[in-house]
Design a protein around this ligand. Structure first.
Ligand code: ATP
Ligand code: MG
Length: 441
């Protein structure tokens, strides 16, 4: 029996990888304009990193994490998310030091791992693109982070998205809110879903963003966090909103957004798809402020802000909204070889082209002329260079411009020594000159 990919994983195949590169290149271009630098952290970390930051009672740590003992008896986890590893690296490498730009702005892209029930837009290995900013409490940092996510999604050409904004306040406000939720839900306990009954003692905030329809109904009249915010938190939240408005970035206040990770406080946001185009997996981006996390992981008091985007969900959206993704570039030169003797010459020519930066390919299978022409057409080759027994004997190459059909015979030495010159002469548009000289040129 052949071995198959593990449940919840996907191969990104060669005919599709250009779409992923388009998304990643677009992200890098936008991140550059905001002056974010890339950070790459390991795919596995100490189990404790996530239990201490994301939180023991969260679904991510309690149910979804790939954790195991390695051969040295260390307890590890494949990273389920990007923020905790980046914070760990920030602390370990002292990126808060004066020799680093402050605030420190970084981005990451790469696979994350969660043991979930696979469905459209939900995998066990999935990819995230995310950012983190350390060292600024300025609400402009929150607004900029949200603007960055928004810009990127606009840049990709996606529509029908909305920004859902909320504030979780500081730990004191959350504690009071938590208490209020327990008081509100306890009499309703029996009617809650099994998951939410467990959350009532573990993590009552998560009842608020439960996807269970009955939970949703029961949560409608629950207290909202915004009524518990301190004066300071309120002001921060108002400034973030004023800034987004000043930037013409649309958003909605949504008190039911609470995020699944323990480390958030104050501003949190999600970017969601307005209709159900990607199934019930409508959130493409989630993030917020986490001012206590760096300290919690043994670093200095350094505020943070970040978001993570699910790339698989972006890909589904791009497809659903029929966004045109620039196709791969046509090949500049296709080298056709006829007869065994041509093998070396074809190799020399294709290498000469490549060394000058041209996109070049050749035939390797000794196929018929007809099928080689077919391949050249499929690759949209601009130029075809052909070598057969005659050409080998005379040390020449037949050159054909596929756009205008013009043919010429060029010395092999010229092709190898001056590929650029040969290519230019063969592809130059001579129609204007022909007109001027009456075709005598
Ligand atoms: P959800 O509520 O959909 O489970 P989440 O709150 O667990 O999402 P986050 O931890 O905030 O998700 O991760 C940020 C983004 O990563 C999500 O908005 C989503 O786009 C993506 N994401 C999360 N889990 C998965 C997964 N299993 N497969 C694909 N994408 C995912
Ligand atoms: Mg989840």
């Amino acid at each position: 029996m052949t071995i198959q990919k593990m449940k919840g994983t996907e191969d990104i195949l060669p005919q599709n990888s250009y779409k992923w590169q388009f998304v990643e290149d677009s992200a890098r271009a936008v991140f550059d304009t905001y002056q974010f630098k890339e950070i790459r952290t390991p795919m596995f970390e100490a189990y404790e990193l996530f239990s201490r930051s994301v939180g023991d009672t969260t679904d991510i740590v309690s149910k979804e994490m790939y954790d195991f003992k390695d051969k040295g008896d260390r307890r590890l986890a494949l990273r389920p998310e990007g923020t905790a590893p980046v914070v760990r690296s920030y602390v370990e490498n002292k990126l808060f030091g004066p020799e680093h730009p402050q605030p420190l702005k970084v981005y990451y892209m790469g696979p994350m791992f969660r043991y979930e029930r696979p469905q459209a837009g939900r995998q066990r290995q999935f990819n995230q693109i995310g950012i983190e900013v350390f060292g600024s409490t300025n609400p402009a940092t929150d607004a900029e982070g949200i603007a960055l996510a928004w810009d990127f999604l606009q840049e990709l050409g996606l529509e029908k998205l909305s920004i859902q904004l909320n504030s979780l306040g500081r730990p004191e406000a959350r504690a009071a809110y938590r208490q209020a939720l327990v008081e509100y839900f306890t009499p309703l306990q029996e009617q809650l879903s099994a998951d939410s009954q467990r959350r009532l003692t573990d993590n009552p905030l998560r009842i608020i963003d439960s996807k269970d329809p009955k939970d949703k109904e029961l949560a409608k009249n629950a207290p909202i966090i915004l009524d518990f915010l301190s004066e300071e938190s309120k002001q921060h939240f108002e400034q973030v909103q004023a800034m987004l408005t000043a930037l013409d970035i649309p958003f909605e206040i949504n008190p039911t957004i609470v995020r699944g990770l323990d480390y958030y406080q104050d501003t949190i946001f999600e970017i969601v798809v307005e209709d159900e185009t990607i199934g019930s997996q409508s959130t493409v981006c989630g993030g917020g402020r986490y001012d206590g996390l760096v300290e919690q992981l043994g670093g200095p008091q350094a505020p943070g802000f970040g978001f993570g985007m699910g790339v698989e969900r972006l890909m589904l959206l791009l497809e659903d909204q029929e966004v045109e993704i620039p196709a791969e570039e046509p090949v500049d030169v296709y080298v056709m070889g006829l007869g065994e003797a041509s093998n070396i010459m074809a190799l020399q020519i294709v290498q000469a082209a490549r060394s000058e930066g041209y996109l070049a390919d050749r035939d390797y299978m000794g196929r018929s002329m007809k099928s080689q022409f077919k391949t050249a057409a499929k690759l949209n080759a601009k130029l075809i260079m052909t070598v057969g027994d005659n050409e080998v004997e005379q040390q020449v190459v037949q050159v054909k411009n596929q756009e205008n059909g013009k043919k010429s015979t060029v010395k092999l030495s010229e092709v190898l020594d001056d590929f650029v010159g040969v290519y230019r002469r063969a592809t130059v548009d001579t129609s204007e000159i022909d007109k001027y000289f009456g075709g005598e040129f």
